[in-house]
Design a protein around this ligand. Structure first.
Ligand code: HEC
Length: 232
């Protein structure tokens, strides 16, 4: 459901920007008559698109239950940009027109990076649990070397839990069953380890790709932890 809304949201925003971009070009080309006719013809469409942007955006905020500053910033900027766009065209004001376009483009950047300053957030995870070896233990669990490896596995799992709580629980819930914004029930997941790792790295729908945000080991650890939720 939320995924459909996200697609609809992106589509209406792109359409709105295309219409506005065309009007801006007409304005700068001083084709005022053509602009007036085009504005008259697209008046209703514009109104519908403007309302849809806010409605779909509002629904997504509600579905995500996430009120991070970048989302609120986007909302405020959109609330400013839509009337600004209307005024700029009515008054045939090029500066206001450019400003509106700039806000829309900026908002796109914000949406892409989930940050008002376009900085992808790097997570800080406690150093003592961050160091993990991914070497798999041999069956003989009595040797001192294996004791260390087993300990490493435990550290990895603990690390996975820390990451899960910090990053994933907002949508999936601590037990994996929450399902905010269409998130899959992780206890019911049938993905194998490789597919789970791929899902976390590449993301899907409302779930962002975590490649580059989490290290390979961290993705590995959180994938293993997620799989452990299934037996609960
Ligand atoms: C913004 C919300 C959100 C966050 C945060 C999030 N997910 Fe997801 N997750 C989703 C959604 C939505 C889906 C369903 C994607 C689809 O199939 O369309 C999903 C699907 C998955 C799946 C696939 C399950 C299956 O059986 O198909 C796994 C595994 C998963 N998430 C793990 C994680 C992990 C691990 C994290 C943290 C690193 C995480 N997710 C963070 C929303 C989120």
């Amino acid at each position: 459901m939320a995924k459909g809304f996200l697609h609809l949201h992106i589509t209406v925003v792109v359409l709105f920007m295309l219409f506005f971009g065309y009007k801006l070009i007409l304005l700068f080309a001083n084709k005022k008559d053509t602009l007036a006719i085009f504005r008259q013809k697209t008046k209703v469409v514009d109104m519908i698109l403007g309302s849809l942007i806010l409605l779909t955006g509002g629904y997504l905020l509600y579905a995500l239950q996430s009120f991070e500053s970048y989302l609120i910033g986007k909302l405020i900027l959109t609330l400013v940009a839509i009337p600004l766009g209307i005024i700029s065209m009515k008054k045939e004001n090029k500066i206001l027109g450019l400003l509106t376009m700039a806000i829309f483009v900026y908002n796109f950047g914000v949406a892409e990076t989930n940050s008002l300053t376009f900085q992808k957030t790097k997570l800080v995870i406690q150093p003592e649990v961050a160091a993990i070896d991914t070497i798999t233990a041999a069956p003989d669990t009595t040797s001192p070397a294996n004791a260390i490896l087993n300990q490493n596995d435990e550290v990895a799992l603990k690390n996975g839990e820390v990451i899960f709580t910090q990053v994933c629980a907002a949508c999936h819930g601590q037990d994996g069953k929450l399902g905010v914004g269409g998130a899959k029930d992780l206890q019911a997941s049938t993905l194998n380890h490789q597919q789970t790792v791929a899902m976390i790295s590449q993301g899907k729908g409302l779930m962002q790709p975590y490649e580059g945000i989490l290290s390979e080991q961290e993705i590995e650890a959180v994938a293993t932890y997620t799989e452990g939720l299934r037996s609960k």
